[in-house]
Design a protein around this ligand. Structure first.
Ligand SMILES: Nc1ncnc2c1ncn2[C@@H]1O[C@H](COP(=O)(O)OP(=O)(O)O)[C@@H](O)[C@H]1O
Ligand SMILES: [Mg+2]
Length: 365
Protein backbone atom coordinates (compact mmCIF):
# COMPACT_ATOMS: atom_id res chain seq x y z
CA UNK A 1 0.00 0.00 0.00
CA UNK A 2 1.27 3.46 -0.83
CA UNK A 3 2.27 5.50 2.19
CA UNK A 4 0.16 8.71 1.94
CA UNK A 5 2.91 10.77 3.62
CA UNK A 6 5.51 9.56 1.14
CA UNK A 7 3.13 10.18 -1.73
CA UNK A 8 2.66 13.75 -0.53
CA UNK A 9 6.44 14.31 -0.37
CA UNK A 10 6.83 12.94 -3.90
CA UNK A 11 4.10 15.31 -5.14
CA UNK A 12 5.84 18.25 -3.52
CA UNK A 13 9.11 17.26 -5.21
CA UNK A 14 7.37 17.03 -8.57
CA UNK A 15 5.85 20.48 -8.09
CA UNK A 16 9.31 21.85 -7.28
CA UNK A 17 10.65 20.29 -10.47
CA UNK A 18 7.79 21.70 -12.50
CA UNK A 19 8.91 25.19 -11.50
CA UNK A 20 12.20 24.47 -13.20
CA UNK A 21 10.91 22.86 -16.40
CA UNK A 22 10.94 25.17 -19.39
CA UNK A 23 8.92 24.38 -22.49
CA UNK A 24 11.00 23.93 -25.65
CA UNK A 25 9.38 26.83 -27.53
CA UNK A 26 9.32 29.12 -24.54
CA UNK A 27 11.37 32.29 -24.99
CA UNK A 28 13.60 33.08 -22.02
CA UNK A 29 15.89 35.96 -21.30
CA UNK A 30 19.62 35.53 -20.63
CA UNK A 31 19.04 36.39 -17.00
CA UNK A 32 16.34 33.72 -16.67
CA UNK A 33 18.63 31.18 -18.35
CA UNK A 34 21.43 31.99 -15.88
CA UNK A 35 18.94 31.71 -13.02
CA UNK A 36 17.78 28.36 -14.37
CA UNK A 37 21.33 26.93 -14.65
CA UNK A 38 22.16 28.23 -11.18
CA UNK A 39 19.12 26.65 -9.55
CA UNK A 40 19.91 23.28 -11.16
CA UNK A 41 23.54 23.56 -9.98
CA UNK A 42 22.38 24.49 -6.46
CA UNK A 43 20.05 21.54 -6.37
CA UNK A 44 22.78 19.14 -7.52
CA UNK A 45 25.18 20.59 -4.96
CA UNK A 46 22.69 20.05 -2.13
CA UNK A 47 22.06 16.48 -3.30
CA UNK A 48 25.82 15.79 -3.38
CA UNK A 49 26.16 17.12 0.14
CA UNK A 50 23.32 14.94 1.38
CA UNK A 51 24.86 11.86 -0.26
CA UNK A 52 28.30 12.67 1.20
CA UNK A 53 26.74 13.09 4.66
CA UNK A 54 24.92 9.78 4.34
CA UNK A 55 28.10 8.04 3.19
CA UNK A 56 29.92 9.33 6.28
CA UNK A 57 27.16 8.08 8.59
CA UNK A 58 27.23 4.65 6.92
CA UNK A 59 31.06 4.51 7.23
CA UNK A 60 30.83 5.41 10.91
CA UNK A 61 28.31 2.65 11.63
CA UNK A 62 30.31 0.13 9.62
CA UNK A 63 33.42 1.03 11.64
CA UNK A 64 31.54 0.67 14.93
CA UNK A 65 30.07 -2.70 13.92
CA UNK A 66 33.55 -3.86 12.84
CA UNK A 67 35.05 -2.78 16.16
CA UNK A 68 32.37 -4.51 18.18
CA UNK A 69 33.06 -7.84 16.50
CA UNK A 70 36.86 -7.34 16.19
CA UNK A 71 38.60 -5.70 19.14
CA UNK A 72 41.65 -3.69 18.00
CA UNK A 73 44.53 -6.09 17.39
CA UNK A 74 46.96 -4.19 19.62
CA UNK A 75 44.68 -4.98 22.55
CA UNK A 76 45.18 -8.66 21.84
CA UNK A 77 48.95 -8.18 21.53
CA UNK A 78 49.08 -6.41 24.89
CA UNK A 79 48.07 -9.63 26.68
CA UNK A 80 51.31 -10.93 28.11
CA UNK A 81 52.86 -13.23 30.67
CA UNK A 82 55.16 -11.10 32.77
CA UNK A 83 58.57 -12.13 34.08
CA UNK A 84 59.15 -9.37 36.64
CA UNK A 85 59.20 -10.82 40.14
CA UNK A 86 58.80 -9.38 43.64
CA UNK A 87 62.49 -10.08 44.28
CA UNK A 88 63.41 -7.48 41.60
CA UNK A 89 61.53 -4.74 43.47
CA UNK A 90 63.58 -2.78 45.96
CA UNK A 91 62.72 -0.67 49.00
CA UNK A 92 59.03 -1.52 49.13
CA UNK A 93 58.84 -4.44 51.55
CA UNK A 94 55.99 -3.04 53.66
CA UNK A 95 54.08 -2.07 50.49
CA UNK A 96 54.52 -5.58 49.08
CA UNK A 97 53.04 -6.97 52.31
CA UNK A 98 49.88 -4.94 51.64
CA UNK A 99 49.83 -6.09 48.03
CA UNK A 100 49.96 -9.70 49.22
CA UNK A 101 46.84 -9.06 51.32
CA UNK A 102 45.06 -8.06 48.13
CA UNK A 103 46.26 -11.30 46.54
CA UNK A 104 44.71 -13.34 49.37
CA UNK A 105 41.33 -12.04 48.26
CA UNK A 106 41.95 -13.47 44.80
CA UNK A 107 43.51 -16.77 45.87
CA UNK A 108 41.43 -17.48 48.98
CA UNK A 109 38.19 -15.47 48.86
CA UNK A 110 36.73 -17.84 51.48
CA UNK A 111 39.20 -16.37 54.04
CA UNK A 112 37.19 -13.17 53.72
CA UNK A 113 33.76 -14.77 53.41
CA UNK A 114 34.40 -16.74 56.62
CA UNK A 115 34.42 -13.35 58.39
CA UNK A 116 31.30 -12.23 56.57
CA UNK A 117 33.09 -9.69 54.38
CA UNK A 118 33.80 -9.46 50.68
CA UNK A 119 37.41 -9.51 49.47
CA UNK A 120 38.67 -6.26 47.93
CA UNK A 121 37.55 -5.92 44.31
CA UNK A 122 40.18 -3.67 42.74
CA UNK A 123 43.68 -2.43 43.63
CA UNK A 124 44.62 1.21 43.06
CA UNK A 125 48.26 2.22 43.57
CA UNK A 126 49.18 5.88 43.79
CA UNK A 127 52.43 7.79 44.19
CA UNK A 128 55.06 9.80 42.30
CA UNK A 129 56.11 8.65 38.82
CA UNK A 130 58.89 6.07 38.62
CA UNK A 131 58.34 4.52 42.06
CA UNK A 132 57.51 1.06 40.70
CA UNK A 133 53.70 0.92 40.34
CA UNK A 134 53.73 -0.70 36.90
CA UNK A 135 56.51 -3.01 38.05
CA UNK A 136 54.42 -4.16 41.03
CA UNK A 137 51.39 -4.85 38.80
CA UNK A 138 53.56 -6.95 36.46
CA UNK A 139 55.21 -8.82 39.34
CA UNK A 140 51.78 -9.48 40.84
CA UNK A 141 50.44 -10.93 37.61
CA UNK A 142 53.53 -13.15 37.41
CA UNK A 143 53.09 -14.24 41.04
CA UNK A 144 49.40 -15.04 40.50
CA UNK A 145 50.18 -16.81 37.22
CA UNK A 146 47.65 -14.73 35.33
CA UNK A 147 47.63 -12.83 32.03
CA UNK A 148 48.57 -9.15 32.06
CA UNK A 149 46.49 -6.84 29.89
CA UNK A 150 47.48 -3.19 30.01
CA UNK A 151 44.64 -1.10 28.63
CA UNK A 152 46.26 1.45 26.34
CA UNK A 153 44.65 4.84 26.83
CA UNK A 154 45.41 5.86 23.25
CA UNK A 155 42.93 3.26 21.99
CA UNK A 156 40.34 3.99 24.58
CA UNK A 157 40.33 7.76 24.76
CA UNK A 158 38.78 8.59 21.41
CA UNK A 159 37.16 11.69 20.00
CA UNK A 160 34.52 9.70 18.12
CA UNK A 161 31.21 9.32 19.91
CA UNK A 162 30.73 5.79 21.18
CA UNK A 163 34.11 4.51 20.09
CA UNK A 164 35.88 4.80 23.45
CA UNK A 165 33.26 2.79 25.34
CA UNK A 166 33.17 0.19 22.62
CA UNK A 167 36.97 -0.18 22.68
CA UNK A 168 36.88 -0.50 26.44
CA UNK A 169 34.08 -3.05 26.36
CA UNK A 170 35.81 -4.95 23.55
CA UNK A 171 39.01 -5.10 25.64
CA UNK A 172 37.13 -6.33 28.71
CA UNK A 173 35.31 -8.91 26.58
CA UNK A 174 38.55 -10.16 25.05
CA UNK A 175 39.94 -10.54 28.60
CA UNK A 176 36.87 -12.62 29.58
CA UNK A 177 37.29 -14.74 26.46
CA UNK A 178 40.97 -15.32 27.23
CA UNK A 179 40.06 -16.45 30.75
CA UNK A 180 37.49 -18.93 29.48
CA UNK A 181 39.81 -20.23 26.76
CA UNK A 182 42.87 -20.70 28.97
CA UNK A 183 41.31 -20.99 32.47
CA UNK A 184 43.90 -18.46 33.63
CA UNK A 185 42.81 -15.20 35.19
CA UNK A 186 43.46 -11.90 33.43
CA UNK A 187 44.73 -8.77 35.18
CA UNK A 188 43.26 -5.64 33.61
CA UNK A 189 45.78 -2.88 34.30
CA UNK A 190 45.03 0.80 33.81
CA UNK A 191 48.12 3.01 34.01
CA UNK A 192 47.72 6.79 34.34
CA UNK A 193 44.29 5.99 35.71
CA UNK A 194 43.52 9.67 36.39
CA UNK A 195 42.90 9.97 32.64
CA UNK A 196 40.33 7.19 32.40
CA UNK A 197 38.76 7.68 35.84
CA UNK A 198 38.80 11.50 35.97
CA UNK A 199 36.21 13.13 38.21
CA UNK A 200 32.98 13.59 36.30
CA UNK A 201 32.59 16.99 34.67
CA UNK A 202 36.25 17.93 35.34
CA UNK A 203 37.45 17.49 31.81
CA UNK A 204 36.24 20.40 29.70
CA UNK A 205 33.64 18.66 27.63
CA UNK A 206 35.29 15.26 27.22
CA UNK A 207 32.07 13.43 28.00
CA UNK A 208 33.78 10.35 26.67
CA UNK A 209 35.60 10.10 30.01
CA UNK A 210 32.26 10.07 31.89
CA UNK A 211 31.06 7.28 29.64
CA UNK A 212 34.25 5.24 30.21
CA UNK A 213 33.81 5.69 33.97
CA UNK A 214 30.27 4.30 33.54
CA UNK A 215 31.56 1.26 31.65
CA UNK A 216 33.98 0.56 34.52
CA UNK A 217 31.31 1.00 37.15
CA UNK A 218 29.00 -1.38 35.28
CA UNK A 219 31.78 -3.94 34.82
CA UNK A 220 33.04 -3.80 38.41
CA UNK A 221 29.55 -3.92 39.85
CA UNK A 222 29.32 -7.32 38.22
CA UNK A 223 26.56 -6.56 35.73
CA UNK A 224 28.90 -8.15 33.22
CA UNK A 225 30.52 -11.40 34.15
CA UNK A 226 33.51 -10.59 36.38
CA UNK A 227 34.77 -14.08 36.87
CA UNK A 228 38.48 -14.42 36.12
CA UNK A 229 39.13 -10.66 35.97
CA UNK A 230 41.53 -8.86 38.33
CA UNK A 231 41.29 -5.07 38.39
CA UNK A 232 44.47 -3.07 39.02
CA UNK A 233 45.11 0.62 38.35
CA UNK A 234 47.91 3.12 39.01
CA UNK A 235 47.98 6.89 39.17
CA UNK A 236 50.24 9.80 40.06
CA UNK A 237 47.21 11.91 41.02
CA UNK A 238 44.85 10.18 43.46
CA UNK A 239 42.93 13.45 43.96
CA UNK A 240 41.84 13.46 40.31
CA UNK A 241 40.16 10.04 40.46
CA UNK A 242 36.35 10.01 40.48
CA UNK A 243 35.15 9.10 44.00
CA UNK A 244 32.57 6.68 42.59
CA UNK A 245 35.43 4.40 41.56
CA UNK A 246 36.90 4.29 45.06
CA UNK A 247 33.79 3.00 46.81
CA UNK A 248 33.43 -0.49 48.26
CA UNK A 249 33.24 -3.15 45.59
CA UNK A 250 35.22 -1.08 43.11
CA UNK A 251 38.86 0.10 43.45
CA UNK A 252 38.44 -0.35 47.18
CA UNK A 253 42.02 -1.34 48.04
CA UNK A 254 44.17 1.77 47.79
CA UNK A 255 47.93 1.58 48.43
CA UNK A 256 50.47 4.41 48.41
CA UNK A 257 53.76 3.73 46.61
CA UNK A 258 56.17 6.32 48.04
CA UNK A 259 59.61 7.50 46.98
CA UNK A 260 62.29 5.31 48.62
CA UNK A 261 64.07 6.22 51.85
CA UNK A 262 67.87 5.75 52.14
CA UNK A 263 67.63 2.01 52.85
CA UNK A 264 65.17 1.74 49.93
CA UNK A 265 67.58 3.52 47.56
CA UNK A 266 70.35 1.10 48.61
CA UNK A 267 68.10 -1.89 48.06
CA UNK A 268 66.94 -0.70 44.61
CA UNK A 269 70.52 0.16 43.61
CA UNK A 270 71.78 -3.33 44.51
CA UNK A 271 68.83 -5.05 42.80
CA UNK A 272 69.10 -2.98 39.64
CA UNK A 273 72.85 -3.76 39.36
CA UNK A 274 72.18 -7.46 39.95
CA UNK A 275 69.46 -7.51 37.26
CA UNK A 276 71.80 -5.92 34.72
CA UNK A 277 74.68 -8.27 35.52
CA UNK A 278 72.37 -11.29 35.25
CA UNK A 279 71.10 -10.09 31.91
CA UNK A 280 74.61 -9.40 30.56
CA UNK A 281 75.89 -12.59 32.18
CA UNK A 282 79.06 -10.85 33.40
CA UNK A 283 80.37 -8.65 36.20
CA UNK A 284 79.76 -5.01 35.23
CA UNK A 285 80.21 -2.94 38.42
CA UNK A 286 83.35 -2.62 40.52
CA UNK A 287 82.41 -0.27 43.35
CA UNK A 288 84.30 0.60 46.50
CA UNK A 289 81.67 2.81 48.15
CA UNK A 290 78.17 1.80 47.13
CA UNK A 291 76.79 3.23 50.41
CA UNK A 292 78.22 6.66 49.56
CA UNK A 293 76.69 6.43 46.08
CA UNK A 294 73.30 5.50 47.59
CA UNK A 295 73.53 8.52 49.90
CA UNK A 296 74.21 10.78 46.93
CA UNK A 297 71.20 9.37 45.07
CA UNK A 298 69.00 9.64 48.13
CA UNK A 299 70.08 13.30 48.57
CA UNK A 300 68.76 13.89 45.02
CA UNK A 301 65.46 12.22 46.09
CA UNK A 302 65.77 9.71 43.28
CA UNK A 303 63.05 7.18 42.51
CA UNK A 304 63.61 3.60 41.33
CA UNK A 305 63.25 4.79 37.73
CA UNK A 306 65.92 7.49 38.30
CA UNK A 307 68.32 4.92 39.77
CA UNK A 308 67.72 2.60 36.80
CA UNK A 309 68.44 5.53 34.51
CA UNK A 310 71.69 6.43 36.31
CA UNK A 311 72.95 2.91 35.61
CA UNK A 312 71.72 3.12 32.04
CA UNK A 313 73.45 6.46 31.45
CA UNK A 314 76.72 5.17 32.97
CA UNK A 315 76.60 2.16 30.60
CA UNK A 316 75.83 4.48 27.72
CA UNK A 317 78.95 6.55 28.52
CA UNK A 318 81.11 3.41 28.72
CA UNK A 319 79.82 2.23 25.34
CA UNK A 320 80.82 5.59 23.88
CA UNK A 321 84.42 5.33 25.23
CA UNK A 322 84.56 1.77 23.98
CA UNK A 323 83.45 2.70 20.46
CA UNK A 324 85.79 5.70 20.32
CA UNK A 325 88.85 3.78 21.53
CA UNK A 326 88.06 0.89 19.15
CA UNK A 327 87.84 3.38 16.29
CA UNK A 328 91.30 4.68 17.25
CA UNK A 329 92.67 1.14 17.15
CA UNK A 330 93.01 0.88 20.96
CA UNK A 331 90.28 -1.48 22.13
CA UNK A 332 89.57 -1.27 25.88
CA UNK A 333 90.67 -4.19 28.03
CA UNK A 334 88.24 -6.10 30.28
CA UNK A 335 89.24 -4.05 33.34
CA UNK A 336 88.49 -0.79 31.55
CA UNK A 337 85.03 -2.01 30.60
CA UNK A 338 83.93 -2.09 34.25
CA UNK A 339 81.77 0.68 35.70
CA UNK A 340 83.36 2.26 38.78
CA UNK A 341 82.40 4.75 41.48
CA UNK A 342 83.71 7.75 39.50
CA UNK A 343 81.57 6.80 36.46
CA UNK A 344 78.41 6.76 38.56
CA UNK A 345 79.37 9.92 40.48
CA UNK A 346 79.71 11.78 37.14
CA UNK A 347 76.17 10.75 36.16
CA UNK A 348 74.64 11.51 39.57
CA UNK A 349 76.28 14.98 39.51
CA UNK A 350 74.85 15.59 36.06
CA UNK A 351 71.41 14.47 37.25
CA UNK A 352 71.61 16.89 40.16
CA UNK A 353 72.64 19.82 37.94
CA UNK A 354 69.98 19.06 35.35
CA UNK A 355 67.34 18.86 38.09
CA UNK A 356 68.46 22.21 39.52
CA UNK A 357 68.27 23.84 36.10
CA UNK A 358 64.88 22.15 35.59
CA UNK A 359 65.94 21.44 32.01
CA UNK A 360 64.33 18.08 31.71
CA UNK A 361 62.29 16.03 34.05
CA UNK A 362 62.53 12.39 33.05
CA UNK A 363 66.33 11.99 32.82
CA UNK A 364 65.76 9.25 30.30
CA UNK A 365 68.54 8.19 27.97
N1 LIG B 1 61.04 -0.04 43.65
C1 LIG B 1 61.75 -0.34 42.54
N2 LIG B 1 62.65 -1.36 42.56
C2 LIG B 1 63.39 -1.63 41.48
N3 LIG B 1 63.27 -0.97 40.30
C3 LIG B 1 62.39 0.03 40.23
C4 LIG B 1 61.57 0.40 41.34
N4 LIG B 1 60.78 1.43 40.97
C5 LIG B 1 61.08 1.70 39.69
N5 LIG B 1 62.04 0.86 39.23
C6 LIG B 1 62.63 0.88 37.86
O1 LIG B 1 62.04 1.95 37.14
C7 LIG B 1 61.30 1.48 36.03
C8 LIG B 1 60.01 2.28 35.87
O2 LIG B 1 59.19 2.08 37.01
P1 LIG B 1 57.60 1.99 36.90
O3 LIG B 1 57.16 0.74 37.57
O4 LIG B 1 57.18 2.17 35.48
O5 LIG B 1 57.16 3.26 37.74
P2 LIG B 1 55.71 3.90 37.86
O6 LIG B 1 54.75 2.95 37.22
O7 LIG B 1 55.48 4.09 39.32
O8 LIG B 1 55.79 5.22 37.14
C9 LIG B 1 61.07 0.01 36.31
O9 LIG B 1 60.92 -0.73 35.13
C10 LIG B 1 62.32 -0.37 37.08
O10 LIG B 1 63.38 -0.61 36.19
MG1 LIG C 1 53.66 3.29 35.42
Amino acid sequence: MVDPKKKKEENEDEEDLEDLIIEEDEEISEEEAEQFVKSIADRLYVQDQVIEGQKKIIEKYEKQIHQLSNPPSSLKIALSQEETSYSDIGGLDSVLEKIKHFEYGIDCPYAYSSYGIDPPKGLLMYGPPGTGKTMIAKAMSNELGCWFLELPLSLIISKYVGEAEQNLEAAINSARKKYHQTERKVMLFVDEAEQMFRKKGSHNGHEVVDRCVNVWLRTMDGMGNNEGLIFVAATNYLEKIDDALLRAGRFDYVVEIPKPNLAGVEDIFVKQMRMKEEKANREIYQLTNSEGLSEMMYACRMTGADIANVLKQASFNQIQYFMQSSAMGKPMCKEELMIRDKDLIAVIDLYDRVKEEKKFVGFNV
